[in-house]
Design a protein around this ligand. Structure first.
Ligand code: PLP
Length: 369
C-alpha cells in the first residue's frame, strides 16, 4: 500500500524515516526488552530520552538558557487557560485576534482577568493578520497572538513591537517550520501534532522571570497547570506522554539531520509558493488568505461553489491525496505542507488541480487572467 499524499492540518504527516525507526524499536527499545510505551517514566532509559529531546530542541531553536522547556499534556487548548492563570499578574492582558484559535484563547482569558482585543481581523473574515496600531499599554501582563492561524491559513511574519510587554505566541502550526527569534518572546507554545510528533504533547518554552514564584492566580490554579511546578519537575511531575516525547525527540533529530530550521523554512516556502502561484493564476480556484498574510504551512483556497469543493475533495481521495478538505467553520480546501510533506506530494496535488480545472472549464471565472 502506497503512503498517502497527506495534507492533513494535524495530526499530520510524520517523516517516514522516523516512523520506520520507531517501528524497528517497537518491541525492543535498545535492548530493554520492551517498547518505550511500556517502560517506567522514572527509568534512566526514559530520562535519557527526555533529556535528549529537550537538548536537541534547544540546539535546533537556539533556546537561551534563561528559558524553560516543558512537555505538557492537554493540547494547545489547555494553554489557553494556563497562560492567563500563570502570567496575568496584573489581571490585564492584550490579545491580537487573527482567527478562531486566538479568539478561543482570548475568550478563555476573559474568565481570569481583563483581556483586551488590541486588534482583530474578524470584520474581514480573518483573511489577514491584524496589526497593533501603536505601542501597547506598557502595564499589560503580555500581548498574545496565534502566529499561524491554521484554519484560515494566515501567518504573522513580523512580530509586533510591544516594548517591554512580553509576547506570548501560540505557534502550533508553524512550530519548527522555520527559525524563530526565541529571545523576542516571553512564552512560546505549540501542540506538537503538526510538525513535531504525534498528538498528545504541547511544548511550552517560557522565560524564567515570567514563571516567577508561581502562578499569577495563586493556589487556585490546578497543580498540573502551574508552570513553576512543571518547570521544577522537568516535565515529570506526573506520568508524561512518554511515547510522544520519544517520537518528538526523533523528529527533532530528523530536522537537525536534514538541514535544521533554515532548510525547513526554504523547503516549506518552496512547497507553499508553488501552490499559491498556481492558485493565483487559476480561473477556478481562489485564495482565501491575503497575499501579505499567507501561511508557510496551511494553504487555503476554494472553488466557485461548495459543491465543486466537495467534488474536488472526493476526487483527490481517488488519487490518494488526503486531508485537503477545509476546516468545517470555513469550508473550501486547505493543503497543509508541513515539514514531513514531501515535494512529490505537492507535485501530485498540482497535477490534480490542473486536471480538475481543465475538466471544469465551464465553471471557470472569465475575469481571471
Ligand atoms: C494554532 C492552533 N492552536 C491551538 C490548537 C488546538 O490544539 P489542540 O487540539 O492540541 O488543543 C490548534 C489545533 O489545530 C491550532 O492549530
Amino acid at each position: 500500500m502506497a503512503r498517502a499524499f497527506n495534507f492533513s492540518a494535524g495530526p499530520s504527516a510524520l517523516p517516514e524515516e522516523v516512523l520506520k525507526e520507531a517501528a524497528a524499536e517497537m518491541l525492543d527499545y535498545k535492548g530493554c526488552g520492551m517498547s518505550v510505551m511500556e517502560m517506567s517514566h522514572r527509568s534512566s532509559t526514559f530520562q535519557s530520552i527526555l533529556d535528549d529531546a529537550e537538548q536537541t530542541l534547544r540546539r535546533l531553536m537556539g533556546i537561551p538558557d534563561n528559558y524553560r522547556v516543558m512537555f505538557l499534556q492537554g493540547g494547545a487548548t489547555l494553554q489557553f487557560a494556563c497562560v492567563p492563570m500563570n502570567l496575568m499578574r496584573g489581571r490585564h492582558a492584550g490579545y491580537l485576534v487573527a482567527g478562531n484559535w486566538s479568539k478561543k484563547a482570548w475568550q478563555e482569558a476573559c474568565k481570569y482577568g481583563q483581556a483586551d482585543v488590541l486588534a482583530t481581523s474578524e470584520p474581514t473574515g480573518f483573511d489577514r493578520t491584524p496589526h497593533l496600531g501603536g505601542m501597547p499599554d506598557q502595564s499589560l501582563d503580555y500581548v498574545y497572538l496565534c502566529q499561524n492561524e491554521t484554519v484560515y491559513g494566515t501567518m504573522t511574519r513580523e512580530l509586533p513591537d510591544t516594548g517591554d510587554v512580553p509576547i506570548v505566541a501560540d505557534v502550533s502550526s508553524m512550530f519548527l517550520s522555520s527559525p524563530l527569534p526565541v529571545e523576542r518572546y516571553g512564552l512560546i507554545y505549540a501542540g506538537v501534532q503538526k510538525n513535531a510528533g504525534p498528538a498528545g504533547n504541547t511544548v511550552v518554552i517560557c522565560r524564567d522571570d515570567l514563571i516567577g514564584d508561581g502562578p499569577a492566580l495563586g493556589d487556585i490554579v490546578p497543580t498540573y497547570m502551574g508552570y513553576k511546578l512543571q518547570a521544577s519537575k522537568d516535565s515529570l511531575y506526573n506520568t508524561p506522554n512518554a511515547w510522544g516525547i520519544y517520537m518528538c525527540g526523533k523528529v527533532f533529530h530528523w530536522i537537525e539531520e536534514t538541514g535544521g530550521l533554515a532548510a525547513m523554512e526554504e523547503r516549506n516556502w518552496e512547497k507553499a509558493n508553488r501552490l499559491y502561484g498556481y492558485i493565483d493564476g487559476s480561473s477556478l480556484f481562489s485564495p482565501i488568505a491575503r497575499p501579505d498574510s499567507r501561511s508557510i504551512a496551511n494553504v487555503t483556497f476554494r472553488c466557485p461553489t461548495p459543491e465543486l469543493d466537495a467534488e474536488f475533495v472526493a476526487g483527490a481521495a481517488e488519487r490518494n491525496i488526503v486531508g485537503v478538505k477545509g476546516h468545517r467553520i470555513l469550508g473550501g480546501m486547505r493543503a497543509s505542507c508541513y515539514n514531513a510533506v514531501p515535494a512529490k506530494a505537492v507535485d501530485a496535488l498540482l497535477d490534480y488541480m490542473e486536471d480538475f480545472e481543465r475538466a471544469h472549464a465551464a465553471d471557470c471565472r472569465t475575469d481571471a487572467q
